[in-house]
Design a protein around this ligand. Structure first.
Ligand code: BTN
Length: 239
């Protein structure tokens, strides 16, 4: 469904589910404007009214065990990338660990997945996405944003893009093959190849991405071969 304005589509959808509303699987709420859009790790999400995709999708009891919930963080960005490619041609879009969507060194979309677990299962998941479509200027200190319009020079149809995302998501959810999905995720990963600069609490260093483990932790290999495992916020990409 579409609603012209709300605080946050993730929060609204979560409240509706928690209130016991019967909402069908794969329903979504899309809006033109959020007054309290949420990003990862307590950040806010800036989006100019009516310019972008701001939506949250409900997955009811997805066929993914709770301990494998990172698979959703692999699957959803891939579906979004395929959706953009399907209607606009190749832009060399990557997933920046864990699930940001990047083109070059710039952020095209952010994803906020919130799972509700009960007795070792995912009761429901809310897949939230903010995809920069037709916005060209940002007022906050949003780091290195970019939009489809900036990349291609023309306006994009937000509704067509929304339909394309839902199509690709439905397809991908029909058959989830853990290994294949992980391979595809790794193949699409920003900075998959070579050594790059990172920062942790001890300082700056160069490393290459060795893997992302089943819990979604980033495994970096230093130039001396030593491997280190990081959770989100424990390591920063230096761009
Ligand atoms: C991030 O990169 O920090 C994640 C941003 C996620 C933003 C989307 S916009 C729609 C949905 N509702 C929210 O409040 N957040 C997500």
């Amino acid at each position: 469904m579409f609603i012209s304005e709300t605080y946050s589509t993730n929060t609204l959808l979560k409240q509706r589910v928690a209130a016991g509303e019967q909402i069908p699987d794969l329903s979504f709420i899309r809006t033109d404007y959020q007054t309290a859009g949420r990003g990862q790790a307590g950040n806010s999400w800036e989006s100019e009214r009516g310019k972008n995709i701001l939506m949250s999708i409900l997955l009811k009891e997805p066929a993914i065990p709770a301990e494998k919930q990172f698979l959703l963080s692999e699957l959803f960005p891939l579906a979004v990338i395929e959706a953009v490619e399907a209607i606009g041609g190749p832009l060399d879009i990557k997933v920046k660990w864990p699930n940001d969507i990047y083109v070059g060194n710039r952020k095209l979309a952010g994803i906020l997945i919130e799972n509700s677990l009960s007795s070792g299962r995912i009761d429901y998941a809310i897949l939230g996405i903010g995809l920069n479509v037709n916005q060209t200027e940002w007022v906050s200190d949003a780091p290195n944003p970019v939009s489809l319009k900036m990349l291609t020079g023309h306006e994009w149809d937000v509704e067509k893009l929304t339909d394309s995302i839902m199509d690709r998501l439905r397809d991908r959810l029909e058959h989830v093959d853990d290994h294949l999905l992980h391979e595809q995720y790794m193949a699409r990963l920003f900075r998959r190849e070579g050594y790059h600069p990172y920062r942790n609490k001890e300082g700056d260093f160069w490393a290459r991405i060795a893997d992302v483990d089943a819990f979604g932790r980033l495994i970096l290999e230093m130039q001396n071969g030593e491997k280190r495992t990081y959770l989100l916020k424990q390591v920063q990409y230096l761009l």
